[in-house]
Design a protein around this ligand. Structure first.
Ligand SMILES: O=P(O)(O)OP(=O)(O)OP(=O)(O)OC[C@H]1O[C@@H](n2cnc3c(O)ncnc32)[C@H](O)[C@@H]1O
Ligand SMILES: [Mg+2]
Length: 219
């Protein structure tokens, strides 16, 4: 176990420009009495090039660039969707699947279009609303917490398995959530509250592991 790097910090810097991630971290860290600030609060930090080959490498890049710029510990999240029928794509390219700066809606449309092009279909019954299960998939989240004072990282990774369906379910969450069905719950990821998503998601799992590594017990 490492010392608790967040001790003495009422605010955690999360090295992200993704508003959906900010909301989820704010919700989770509020329970520890910590507020969250993000790259939206530091517009002078230059755009960080995410050119790592893995989620973990990109999370380290974002945490280091931000922590070094601000001189305080920074937490970064690199995450994405790995779809079995697409041999793990879009993976680390999830944010720019439909092009640089693509909106979530464009990425979701591209996912359905590619799966339809290759005729992806799971040999499983339709859902009760008639939507079709197209492929197994996994959300992955790599977290890196970086301390600029020592150059050290603490890292954690989480995953959640699900199924991509041919139509959306729910309008909560962000990103690919509307197309991600959780057969184990019989609900879509975008149908879950923040609390429910945090309890089962890739990000929730990674965060729990990170907190354990920091010696913080959050239950
Ligand atoms: O790099 P930052 O600034 O953190 O923001 P980003 O949106 O670019 O984040 P990533 O580079 O980690 O790319 C993650 C992609 O995967 C998607 N994604 C990540 N977590 C997700 C979740 O919990 N639910 C749905 N989609 C998710 C998200 O919408 C992005 O398209
Ligand atoms: Mg990104």
């Amino acid at each position: 176990m490492t010392r608790n790097w967040l001790e003495g910090h009422d605010t955690v810097v999360v090295a992200t420009k993704n508003a959906g991630k900010v909301k989820e971290f704010a919700h989770a860290l509020q329970k520890l009495g910590k507020a969250v600030v993000s790259l939206h609060d530091y517009p002078s930090i230059p755009d960080i090039v995410e050119d790592g080959d893995t989620f973990a490498a990109n999370a380290r890049l974002k945490a280091k660039a931000t922590g070094d710029a601000l001189g305080v510990p920074a937490l970064a999240d690199d995450s994405g969707l790995c779809v079995d029928a697409l041999e793990g794509r879009p993976g680390v390219y999830s944010a720019r699947y439909a092009g640089e700066g693509a909106a979530d809606s464009a990425n979701n449309a591209k996912l359905l279009q590619e799966l339809s092009q290759i005729g992806a279909a799971l040999a499983e019954p339709e859902l009760s609303d008639g939507s079709k299960p197209l492929s197994r998939a996994q959300f992955v989240c790599a977290l890196a917490l970086y301390d600029p004072a020592t150059g050290e990282f603490i890292e954690a990774e989480g995953t959640v398995d699900g199924i991509i369906t041919d139509r959306p379910h729910g309008d909560g969450g962000f990103g690919y959530d509307p197309l991600f069905w959780l057969p184990q719950l019989g609900r879509g990821m975008a149908e879950l509250s923040k609390e429910e998503k945090g309890a089962i998601s890739h990000r929730g799992e990674a965060l729990k592991l990170l907190m354990t590594k920091l010696g913080i017990h959050n239950e």
